[in-house]
Design a protein around this ligand. Structure first.
Ligand code: ADP
Ligand code: MG
Length: 674
C-alpha cells in the first residue's frame, strides 16, 4: 500500500489517454463524481486527469456536458502505418453493427475500411469465440475467477484491488487473441489496427500497433468524404467470427460460451457500469460471493463504450436497446449463413495458440490519513460535527469525509464544497458591505475636510478684511463711551456697541487663528448660561417666541465660550430668518456623561431637499443679494468640528408630512482635551 498518491506505477510508461480542454471546463465536478478511479484532480479550480490513476473507462468524456474532455487520437498514426507498411490489417470489434446503423450492411463497412488502404479487415468476434472456450472451461473449475476481457476492469483491479489480480482470468482479451491469430495467419510483419468502441483498448496491449475508436473511424470517413453507395463491398477476411458477434452485450461473453441460463444464474454474476462493478468487487474481496465467478464490464456492455458515437439527439447511454437489437440481428444473420465446419476447423486450428497472460499489481490505493488530519480539513470547511456533514455529493465525492481525504491526498480543494463556498460567499458579501460603509464614511469625512479647508481660506480672507474697520469701531466707540457723561441715556447703547465690537474682534481674531491652526480657547462653561446669553444676543422680532428647554443634568462643559456663542447666535438668526411672520424657536439642551446635545428647532419654511447638501458650502445662501452672506453655517461647521463635535440638520418643507421647520443639532464632547 502507498501513503497518499505516491505510486509504484511508472507514470512515464502510462499512456495519457484523456485530456482536459481547460477553456471549456466549467468545474462542475461531474467528471470527479463519475470517475470510478478518482483519477481527476482539481487544482486552481481546474480538472486534470492523473494518468497513473486513470483506467481509461471514458466516463468523464461521456458525462462532460461541455465536451471539455477529449481522448487521445491515433488517426495520423494509422495513416502513417498504411503509408509505410504493405500489410496493415484492421481488427473490427463485434460492436460495429451498433455503431454503423446508418451503413447498409457489414460488407459496405469492410469496403469503406479497405478504401483507406487496409490490406485485410478481420472480425474480432472470432477472438471472442476462442476465449469463450477458455472461460467455459473455467466455469467448471472450483476456483472463482474474475473475467479479464474488459481492459478498464483489469486496469481498475491492478490499481485499486491489487489483491484481486490473482483472481483475474489469466487469458487474453478477444482483441489480443485475434491479434495473435492474425499474425499467425497473415505473418508477423503485419501491422494491426484495432477498431472498436473502447478507449481503454488504446492502453491495453502492445500486440496491436494502433487503436481507433469508432468515432475516429467516422472522423476519417467524414474527412475523406466517403460515399457508402459508391463503395466496393467486400466480405471480412478469414477466419470468420461466429457466436462472438454477441460478445459486446452485457451477458455477451456467457452467450458466446453457449452456457445455459441455469448455470449462468447459479455460477456467474454479471455486473456492468461504474457503481455495479465496484460493488461486485467489494463484495467479492470481502468473501461474500464464494463459489461464484464475476463477469465485469466497466460500461453497461461494450455497445455503450465511450468510443461509440452518440446517436443523434440522445444521451450517450441512449438507444441502448436499439443498439442491442442491431447486434442481435447481425449475429442471427451471421449464424444463418455461417459455414459451421469451416468455422470449427479454424477454432480447432487456432485454439492451439497460447492465449495466456499475466497481470501486474500497480497499487494506487492509499492509506487512510490519521483521523486528526481529516478532522482538521473538515474543520476548515466549517464541518464541526456529524450534523455539518451534509454528504450532498456536490463536490463529486460521496461523503464529506471522502472529500477531506481527497484534499489531503492532493486531489481536491476545499472550494469544491458547495455549502462551504456559499457560506464563504455570504461572508465576503458581508465584509464587502462593511468596507462599502467604511468607504462611504471616509468619503464623507473627506468632503467635510474639504469644506473645512475651503472655510479656512475663506475665514482668513474675511478676518483680514474686517480687522481694520473693526479696530476703528472699537476705538471710536470706546472714545465715545469715555466722553459721555455718566448719566447720558446713550451710555447703555454705546456700552452695547463696545461689547459687541469687542466680541467681533475676538471672533475675527479667532477666525484668523482658525485659519492658521484651528485654535480654541477652552474654558469650563455653564451651557445653560451660554444658551441664555446667545438668545439675548439675537434681536428677536415680535411674533417670534424663543423657548429654552434645558434637560441637562450637569451644565458644566468644556468649550470655547465666544466661538460657541457665535455658533448658537448664527443658528438662532437663521431660525428667525426662516420665520418671516411668526413662529417659535425651541432651544433644547440635553446631555450624557460624555456629551452635550443642543437642538435649535424652528417651525419656519424648512429647507428645500436639493439644498440640504449645500448648506455648509461657503457663500451658499438663498437670502438674496445684500441679505445673506452664506457664511453662517460654514463657520458653525468649522467651530463645531474644532470641538470634535458634529452638526446635523433635519428639515421638512411639506406641510402634508407634518409641521414644517428645521432642527439643527450640535453635539460636542463634554470634556474635550485642549
Ligand atoms: P445665510 O444665512 O447668510 O444665508 P447660512 O450659511 O447661515 O447663510 O445659511 C445658508 C442657507 O441655509 C440659508 O440661506 C438658508 O437657505 C438655509 N438655512 C439655514 N438655516 C435655516 C433654517 N433654520 N431654516 C431654513 N433655512 C435655513
Ligand atoms: Mg445665516
Amino acid at each position: 500500500m502507498n501513503a497518499g498518491l505516491t505510486s509504484s506505477s511508472n507514470q512515464e510508461t502510462d499512456k495519457k489517454l484523456v485530456f482536459t480542454i481547460k477553456e471549456r471546463c466549467r468545474v462542475c465536478y461531474t467528471c470527479v463524481r463519475e470517475c470510478p478511479a478518482k483519477a481527476i484532480r482539481i487544482t486552481g479550480g481546474q480538472a486534470e486527469v492523473i494518468t497513473s490513476r486513470c483506467i481509461a473507462c471514458g466516463n468523464c468524456i461521456k458525462v462532460c456536458s461541455q465536451d471539455a474532455k477529449i481522448f487521445y487520437k491515433e488517426i495520423e498514426h494509422v495513416k502513417y502505418l498504411i503509408s509505410a507498411y504493405p500489410k496493415v490489417i484492421a481488427l473490427v470489434a463485434p460492436s460495429f453493427p451498433a455503431e454503423f446503423y446508418d451503413i447498409e450492411d457489414h460488407k459496405t463497412l469492410v469496403g469503406i475500411i479497405k478504401s483507406f488502404g487496409f490490406s485485410h479487415v478481420t472480425e474480432v468476434s472470432f477472438g471472442a469465440d476462442l476465449i469463450a472456450r477458455y472461460y467455459k472451461e473455467q466455469l467448471t473449475l472450483d476456483m472463482p475467477a474474475i473475467s479479464s476481457d474488459c481492459p478498464a476492469i483489469v486496469a481498475y483491479i491492478e490499481r485499486y484491488e491489487p489483491e484481486l489480480t490473482k483472481k483475474l482470468a489469466a487469458v487474453v482479451s478477444p482483441m489480443v487473441a485475434m491479434a495473435r491469430v492474425v499474425r499467425k495467419k497473415y505473418g508477423n510483419d503485419s501491422k494491426l489496427v484495432f477498431i472498436g468502441p473502447c478507449l481503454a483498448k488504446k492502453a491495453e496491449s502492445t500486440e496491436v500497433d494502433a487503436v481507433l475508436t469508432f468515432r475516429e473511424l467516422r472522423e476519417m470517413m467524414e474527412n475523406a468524404r466517403i460515399n457508402p453507395s459508391k463503395i466496393v463491398k467486400a466480405e471480412f477476411d478469414p477466419p470468420m467470427g461466429g457466436r462472438g458477434a454477441i460478445f459486446p452485450l452485457s451477458h455477451g461473453l456467457l452467450n458466446t460460451m453457449e452456457v445455459n441460463e441455469d448455470i449462468l444464474s447459479e455460477n456467474v454474476l454479471v455486473a456492468g457500469g461504474k457503481a455495479n462493478f465496484q460493488d461486485a468487487l467489494r463484495e467479492f474481496s470481502q468473501g461474500n460471493l464464494e463459489g461464484h465467478h464475476l463477469h465485469l464490464l466497466c460500461c453497461e456492455g461494450c455497445i455503450l463504450g465511450p468510443g461509440m458515437t452518440p446517436y443523434p439527439n440522445t444521451s450517450p447511454t441512449g438507444m441502448r436497446f436499439a443498439k442491442k437489437a442491431r447486434i442481435i440481428d447481425y449475429a442471427n444473420r451471421k449464424m444463418a449463413v455461417l459455414d459451421k465446419e469451416e468455422w470449427l476447423a479454424y477454432l480447432e486450428e487456432y485454439s492451439k495458440l497460447d492465449f495466456s497472460r499475466t497481470f501486474e499489481s500497480r497499487d494506487m490505493t492509499s492509506v487512510r490519513p490519521p483521523n486528526e488530519q481529516i478532522k482538521d480539513i473538515l474543520y476548515k470547511m466549517g464541518k464541526y460535527s456529524q450534523q455539518d456533514h451534509l454528504n450532498c455529493g456536490a463536490c463529486g465525492y460521496d461523503s464529506c469525509e471522502e472529500h477531506a481525504i481527497a484534499i489531503i491526498n492532493g486531489l481536491a480543494e476545499t472550494e469544491m464544497c458547495l455549502p462551504y463556498s456559499i457560506e464563504k460567499l455570504h461572508k465576503y458579501i458581508r465584509e464587502l458591505n462593511i468596507s462599502k460603509e467604511k468607504l462611504a464614511n471616509v468619503q464623507e469625512a473627506l468632503r467635510h475636510s474639504e469644506k473645512l479647508a475651503g472655510m479656512g481660506q475663506l475665514s482668513a480672507g474675511i478676518a483680514h478684511e474686517l480687522n481694520n474697520p473693526l479696530g476703528v469701531i472699537t476705538m471710536y466707540s470706546n472714545i465715545l463711551k469715555e466722553e459721555l457723561p455718566v448719566d447720558s441715556p446713550m451710555l447703555q447703547d454705546i456700552a452695547l456697541i463696545v461689547e459687541q465690537a469687542d466680541r467681533c474682534r475676538k471672533i475675527v481674531g479667532g477666525l484668523l487663528n482658525f485659519a492658521r491652526k484651528n485654535q480654541l480657547n477652552i474654558t469650563e462653561t455653564d451651557v445653560v448660561k451660554l444658551a441664555r446669553h446667545s438668545i439675548d444676543s439675537v434681536i428677536i422680532p415680535e411674533g417670534i417666541n424663543v423657548r429654552l428647554n434645558s434637560k441637562v443634568t450637569d451644565p458644566k462643559v468644556n468649550l470655547d465660550y465666544d466661538q460657541m456663542t457665535q455658533v448658537l447666535t448664527n443658528l438662532l438668526k437663521n431660525a428667525v430668518e426662516a420665520m418671516p411672520e411668526k413662529g417659535e424657536i425651541v432651544f433644547g439642551l440635553t446631555d450624557t456623561n460624555d456629551q452635550l446635545t443642543m437642538n435649535i428647532t424652528d417651525n419656519g419654511t424648512g429647507i428645500q431637499p436639493e439644498n440640504m447638501d449645500k448648506l455648509f458650502t461657503p457663500f451658499f445662501t438663498t437670502k438674496g443679494i445684500g441679505k445673506g452672506t452664506g457664511l453662517g453655517l460654514p463657520i458653525i461647521y468649522g467651530i463645531v468640528k474644532m470641538h470634535k463635535g458634529d452638526v446635523t440638520v433635519k428639515s421638512n418643507i411639506d406641510p402634508a408630512s407634518g409641521p414644517t421647520g428645521t432642527t439643527f443639532t450640535i453635539t460636542i464632547p463634554r470634556n474635550r482635551l485642549v
